[in-house]
Design a protein around this ligand. Structure first.
Ligand code: AKB
Length: 373
């Protein structure tokens, strides 16, 4: 074991105290850096102090994925443009760069992450970096690094600086042995993708850090998210976004899942609102730290029928991708989100007809359903 890690291990053991599993202010060894004994016992790890009435200072990791830009725009309306920093390892297009603070961050580089948090007085962190289900299976070692090692860095920096941390989980955190319709918050979770395994790990680690170190960890299990102005990248539910682009552009769509594959889905506006609502919920209203959220469930066939109402010449064909189909077959058909509805009054706005109308309007369809009526 290298000297520094051995030292951290020893100090970590010392700091852990009795193995009672109860909450203690001792922090994970890595959070203290290489010289933990130089830090006074009463050190305040909240590098900046913010009163309750201050706006949060927000960092979004993995900001150029499907949800980051939408989330940044949504949060900027609430907290002010300069209080929300979008970050990624990729260079943003000009329009995103000009829309608000946008910086480089590499979640695999702990020092870089810590510098960003300290230099910008970050108080809330939304951790969106992840490889999704299909792309994760194609590159398991990268998925392990980003989804697991990256998460460890984020958890440590969050606990070290007293951040409120949001990590999205997913329907992919369940597997074929979970009850599928509806899937409750607490049940067997034996996913068969690295994405799913990494998300169960994230749920458990976040909750462990919450109970062990007092980390304000909050997590939602997202259904497949359907967004109009951003593309998903490498998920099993991607078909439900692509269908709208292709329907409007070409009047036809080739689907990579079977017509009868029923999965939980949600429009992005509902997803972003749920995310902010759980982050703003008073801690005492949260009876758990990881919640299911549900909106609608549909099959490719049902989605196509709804699109057809607007674009009568629309045609769907099927060319099933066996890897994606196997993933989808092990996922929930719907989620039981009664705890979210009870604890912080979660309620979705968009069902299938509103979703399809909104998506087609965005993509510039002349929505012939309106003409027919
Ligand atoms: C995926 O399909 O991998 C994601 C998800 C459901 O988490 N969209």
């Amino acid at each position: 074991m290298p000297a520094v890690r051995m030292l951290q291990h020893v100090v970590g053991q010392l700091l852990l105290g009795p193995g009672c599993g109860c909450r203690t202010s001792a922090l994970p060894a890595r959070s203290l850096g290489a010289s933990p004994w130089q830090i006074p016992a009463n050190a305040n790890f909240h590098s900046a102090s913010f009163s309750e009435t201050d706006q949060p200072r927000v960092l979004i990791t993995g900001g150029l994925g499907q949800l980051g830009v939408g989330l940044a725009n949504f949060l900027r309306k609430r907290f002010g443009k300069d209080n929300v920093i979008l970050s990624d390892i990729r260079k943003p297009p000009d329009h995103i760069f000009q829309s608000g603070p946008c910086i480089y961050s590499d979640i695999l580089d702990y020092k870089n992450l810590r510098e960003i948090v300290v230099n910008n007085g970050i108080t809330w962190l939304f951790h969106y970096s992840a490889l999704l289900s299909a792309v994760g299976e194609a590159n398991v070692s990268l998925a392990k690094a980003v989804n697991i090692t990256g998460l460890h860095n984020v958890l440590d920096v969050a606990v070290e600086h007293g951040l409120r941390l949001f990590v999205p989980s997913t329907i992919g955190a369940f597997g074929p042995t979970s009850p599928q319709d509806p899937t409750p918050d607490l049940c067997v979770q034996r996913p068969r993708t690295i994405y799913g395994v990494s998300k169960v790990h994230a749920e458990l680690m976040g909750e462990y850090y919450h109970y062990r170190y007092g980390l304000d960890f909050r997590c939602l299990r997202y259904p497949g998210i359907i967004s109009a102005d951003s593309q998903p990248g490498g998920g099993t539910t991607d078909y439900a976004v692509q269908i709208f682009h292709d329907a409007v552009k070409n009047g036809k769509f080739e689907c990579n899942l079977k017509p009868s594959t029923r999965l939980p889905m949600m429009y992005i506006d509902d997803c972003l609102r749920a995310t902010l609502e759980v982050m703003e919920a008073p801690a005492e209203s949260l009876s758990m730290r990881t919640y299911n959220i549900n909106a609608m469930s549909f099959t490719p066939e049902e989605l196509a029928q709804e699109v057809h109402k607007h674009i009568p010449e629309f045609q769907i064909t099927y060319n099933v991708d066996s890897a994606r189909q196997a993933i989808a077959d092990g996922w929930p058909v719907s989620l039981d989100d009664s705890n979210a509805r009870k604890d912080w009054k979660w309620k979705h706005d968009f069902d299938l007809p509103e979703l399809v109308t909104t998506m087609l309007n965005f993509h510039g369809s002349d929505t012939r359903i309106a003409q027919a009526n």
